[in-house]
Design a protein around this ligand. Structure first.
Ligand code: FAD
Length: 431
């Protein structure tokens, strides 16, 4: 028999590694680990992502029981859990899908060593992207650092078969018959149920075909809300690409941004914690904690920034246009290290994706690969005029906007802008 390890691919249909396991000729027993190395780092015991994963896992568990099989749900460190599984079952191989984050790659290397000692194969597959690792490289064989040529190469390399589904859902007769098992409770793992709901994706023809016109208007809620589902694999990227090809090429470009940042993090894992270019590593950030706190709470006196931060705090989501505005404001107007903002988003975003978050924060800060040039600084008031003219989005999240209760702007944008420009220049001159 072989084991299939669900990780960030929490679905039975169109799952490459699962399909490969089910068609390997062996019977398949699936498992999932609530990884204490990850869970122990979360501060919020009501973390909405943990609740979402938990509900998804319960659902998979129930579905697999209808096939007289089960999902083994474990809680612990992956090495310890897997060592125990090898003691209990006569395992020939562990199947799974690739995971490209630095932590996951190291974990998988350690596990491969463990499995080797037991003569068990580790069979891992590409599933969460269309193109991975070295598949899209420049002509000189190096990774792309700029999005547009990456996107052009991606589109050139793409063939319809890249988005063909891996029909795992039609192979479930190869699951191992297994007695019923229990899912450990959330409570036992030190968590409580969060009230924050994860919305279903909206990938309707109407939404996607209007995307290029509506995507920048936060009041409309007109984007797909797919990010959290791509993060945890409750939606397949191949299906997303098929929809994009059918309905809107502009939306396809967004999916390619996701892959661009994934390959960047894969090739440059050191950028998790430092600016992509050394010339920006000398900056002396102001890092004023009280000012940072105002940004976190959405009480800066800049209404689009405040609306965005309150949306994030209440729902775990923020519209992309507003993410760009709040990020620029924190880094340029308050001159706070982009890593503080990145960490705050990482704690709050339901769709937190290390590669996209770091890539976009460095883009907004002007310190990243293919970043917005550091001297292009968003004016938070002009952004309101362009994208929320009627203050519809702002009033949804900041009900006191326009009343005496709403705070005055905490900085003078034009002075703050000049201060940021000077500091950036200083850092470049130090190189
Ligand atoms: P849609 O507009 O419908 O786009 C479809 C999909 O394309 C998204 O689900 C996402 O997978 C991908 N996508 C769209 N824009 C981007 C982008 N700029 N970069 C990478 N992928 C993109 N996205 C995350 O998934 N996780 C993050 O942690 C994250 N952090 C961000 C931090 C900052 C400072 C900024 C400016 C953007 C960040 N984004 C992040 C990108 C983007 O804001 C979200 O992907 C998007 O808002 C999710 O909403 P949606 O699913 O409705 O997107």
């Amino acid at each position: 028999m072989v084991l299939f390890w669900f990780r960030r691919d929490l679905r039975l249909h169109d799952n490459t590694g699962f399909f490969k396991a089910l068609t390997s000729g062996a019977q398949v027993l699936p498992f999932f680990i609530f990884d204490t190395d990850i869970l122990d780092k979360l501060d919020d015991t009501q973390d909405a992502r943990v609740t979402f994963i938990y509900k998804t896992i319960e659902n998979l568990h129930q579905q697999l029981e209808t096939y007289n099989s089960t999902l083994l749900v474990k809680y612990g460190k992956p090495e310890a859990v897997i060592a125990e599984l090898l003691q209990t079952y006569a395992v020939e191989a562990i199947y799974t899908n690739h995971d490209y984050e630095p932590y996951s790659r190291q974990r998988d290397l350690r596990l491969q060593q463990l499995l080797k000692k037991h003569n068990v194969s580790f069979c891992s597959f590409k599933d969460q992207v269309i193109f991975e690792k070295e598949e899209i490289m420049t002509q000189s064989g190096s990774p792309y650092k700029v999005y547009t040529p990456y996107k052009n190469s991606w589109l050139k390399a793409f063939k319809p078969e890249h988005a063909e589904e891996a029909p795992s859902q039609h192979q479930l007769q190869h699951l191992l018959n297994h007695a019923k098992t229990k899912v450990p409770t959330l409570h036992k793992m030190g968590f409580q149920v969060s009230e924050v709901e994860v919305p279903d994706p909206d990938v309707s023809a109407d939404t996607l075909s209007a995307y290029h016109d509506t995507r920048n208007l936060p009041a409309l809620d007109a984007t797909s809300r797919l990010s959290v589902h791509l993060r945890f694999g409750t939606f397949s990227v191949r299906q997303a690409v098929q929809l994009a090809l059918r309905h809107n090429k502009v939306w396809l470009q967004e999916l390619i941004w996701r892959e661009f940042f994934m390959q960047l993090l894969y090739h440059f894992p050191q950028t998790t914690n430092e600016s992509f270019y050394p010339k920006f590593r000398q900056i002396t950030w102001r890092n004023n904690e009280q000012e940072f706190e105002k940004w976190c709470q959405g009480t800066t006196g800049f209404p689009l920034v405040d609306a965005g931060m309150r949306e994030l705090n209440q729902t775990g989501f923020m519209h992309n246009r507003v993410r760009m505005v709040v990020a620029s404001f924190l880094v340029k107007d308050l001159f706070v290290d982009w890593r503080w903002g990145e960490a705050y988003f990482a704690a709050k975003l339901l769709d937190y994706e290390q590669s996209s978050n770091i890539g976009n924060w460095q883009w907004a800060a002007g310190t990243g690969a293919d970043a917005q040039p550091y001297f292009r600084i968003f004016n938070p008031d002009s952004q309101v005029k362009k994208f929320d003219k009627q203050h519809e989005y702002i009033k949804r999240w900041v009900p006191e906007f326009g009343t005496a209760a709403y705070p005055a702007p905490m900085v003078d944008h034009s002075q703050a802008r000049d201060r940021a420009l000077q500091e950036f220049k200083k850092s470049i001159e130090m190189m």
